[in-house]
Design a protein around this ligand. Structure first.
Ligand code: FAD
Length: 504
């Protein structure tokens, strides 16, 4: 078995991984960035629509909005780190290093000065503070970011390369086992940064691209790292699931005045929350699903705004997907974001030595029980930079890597497909938008059995899909367990029976 070494190993190439790589290179390190993706679209970062929030000149109000959206559960120290670093990180990396062409106040793409940036508004933000590029902000950031790193001599980007396991010994992480084209080799690093994104593959409907199987969380948990807030899974309320290829309709559309209407053509959000369509995501998501159940469908009426002018990208998505938006866009709730993850400190350090986690894989404390819109790209950027900088200067040590056996490479493919199907069904039925203690117990029983079956296969077989299934089943079990251990309905964790009891 051959092996490679690098100062900093970054696993994942979304905004968080890119930011970590950038900061590490700036500190003089050699960086290897391994990513399962074969193209930029393989990361959620590419798909981000609404934008990235900044604090402008009112950081205290931004902090208050984040804490309010989290139902008072966000960690104020983490929120301080996010907000205090927001303006500088965006200016330094996105505006000055990558030259991202954010929309301007006097019209998208016009060559005005940077002071003329157009700040949008989204649900639960009390101010206009979101930088955006039409409804394709992620793409406009992610593509130049990858290109910038790719042009750097000190960065090696290894595409179509999956981390299967961490190399660890006695509380320290030495690197990871990386698979490419069926071959598995260790890469040893002074520091290993997990930036593997979210958990979309754990649910049948998700806004995430394929491949989001919770790998970073699964690998870290197996290695013994702490995880936290796993019960807080955010569902996005407005996903057009009827389109040929489902797509998300950004909060920015409601921010600009679009209205949610039920199957009887009636607007319903004012009955659920004072902020109506701009209420926190969990409230809107549950309301949408309730109305869909009771009246058959929910549509987003975009007639109050100039949809064609303001959201040409979404118009295109509607047209490509066979959706006539003039009748309202049919929407449903779908899994969107995991607020919890690998527990880290203000520099992205996990509980094992030389292991970091950033972006959606990490639990920084910023989101608590519910995430405020457009703070995830920012969190990935801020924590990525802080972790990348901190990770530099550690000794690279090689050691005997675990041998991953592959006695029967053919079998696991179908096995993994079938078991994934079962896992998604369980998560959808028992660990979705509304939960009950009985359902959560049921889910844990099924998921424990499933994990047992996967573990048995992993002892003798190695394939990417089998390891993805392994990570997904560990992550799913962590979510179900955390949900069943938390009796309090807060934010995205909603216990149907407990909530009814409180209402009485
Ligand atoms: C449709 C959509 C719209 C969104 N809109 C917004 C928005 O407007 N504003 C906002 O702030 N947030 C938004 N979000 C959320 C935000 O985009 C994500 O939370 C954020 O981009 C996550 O960044 P990340 O770097 O942590 O992960 P990602 O960007 O998902 O990147 C994860 C990377 O890890 C790689 N990977 C995974 N497992 C492995 C492995 N085992 N080995 C190697 N590589 C691996 C993947 O291939 C990928 O490259 C949106 C998300 C979606 C899906």
């Amino acid at each position: 078995m051959s092996e490679t070494t690098t100062d900093v190993l970054v696993i994942g190439s979304g905004i968080a991984g890119c930011a970590a790589a950038l900061a590490a290179v700036r500190e003089g390190a050699d960086v290897t960035m391994a990513t399962k993706a074969t193209q930029p679209e393989g990361s959620s970062s590419w798909w981000a629509q609404g934008g990235i929030a900044v604090s402008k000149d009112d950081p205290e109000q931004f902090k208050a909005d984040i804490i309010e959206a989290s139902d008072g559960t966000a960690d104020p120290d983490a929120v301080d780190v996010l907000v205090e670093n927001a303006n500088d990180a965006v200016r330094d990396v996105l505006l000055e290093t990558l030259d991202v062409e954010f929309d301007r106040a006097d019209g998208a793409g016009s060559p005005a000065s940077k002071q003329d940036l157009d700040f949008g508004q989204e649900a639960a933000h009390s101010d206009e503070r979101i930088l955006h590029v039409d409804a394709s902000t992620g793409k406009a950031i992610h593509v130049p970011f990858l290109n910038y790193l790719d042009a750097h001599d000190s960065v090696e980007i290894r595409e179509d390369t999956a981390a299967l396991d961490l190399v660890r010994h006695e509380g320290r992480v030495y690197g990871a086992m990386l698979e490419h084209d069926g071959e598995v080799e260790p890469t040893f690093a002074g520091a290993t940064i997990l930036a593997t994104g979210g958990i979309g593959e754990l649910y049948p409907n998700s806004t995430n691209p394929v491949g989001m199987t919770g790998d970073g969380i699964g690998m870290a948990a197996l290695a013994g790292a702490d995880v936290a807030d796993m019960e807080y899974v955010q569902f996005h309320p407005t996903v057009c699931v009827d389109a040929e290829e489902q797509f998300l309709v950004s909060e920015a559309v409601r921010g600009e005045g679009a209205l949610l209407k039920n199957g009887d053509g009636e607007r319903f959000m004012p009955d659920y929350h004072d902020d109506a369509e701009l209420a926190p995501r969990d409230v809107v998501a549950r309301a949408v699903e309730t109305e869909r159940e009771q009246t058959g469908e929910v549509r987003l009426d975009v007639s109050p705004l100039d949809f064609e002018r303001e959201f040409p990208d979404l118009v295109e998505l509607c047209e490509d997907g066979g959706i006539d938006y003039t009748d309202g866009i049919p929407v449903a709730a779908a899994e969107h974001f995991l607020c919890g993850g690998v527990a880290v400190d203000d520099r992205g350090r996990a509980s094992l030595d030389d292991l970091y986690a950033v972006g959606e894989t990490a639990r920084t404390g910023v989101h608590g029980a519910n995430r405020l819109a457009s703070t995830s790209l920012l969190e990935g950027l801020v924590w990525g930079l802080r972790a990348g900088e901190d990770a530099v200067g550690r000794e690279v040590q090689t050691m005997e890597a675990p041998e991953l056996l592959n006695r029967d490479p053919e079998l696991p493919e179908k096995f993994a497909r079938d078991k994934f199907h079962r896992l998604r069904r369980v998560m959808d039925e028992y660990v979705g938008l509304e939960r009950t203690p009985e359902d959560l117990n049921r889910a844990q029983g099924v998921l424990r059995r499933l994990k047992g079956e996967v573990d048995a296969y992993v002892r003798t077989r190695t394939s990417r899909s089998l390891y993805e299934l392994r990570h997904a089943s560990i992550t799913a079990l962590l979510i179900a367990r955390a949900a069943s251990e938390n009796p309090e309905s807060r934010g995205t964790h909603y216990l149907a029976e407990a909530a009814e009891t409180t209402a009485d």
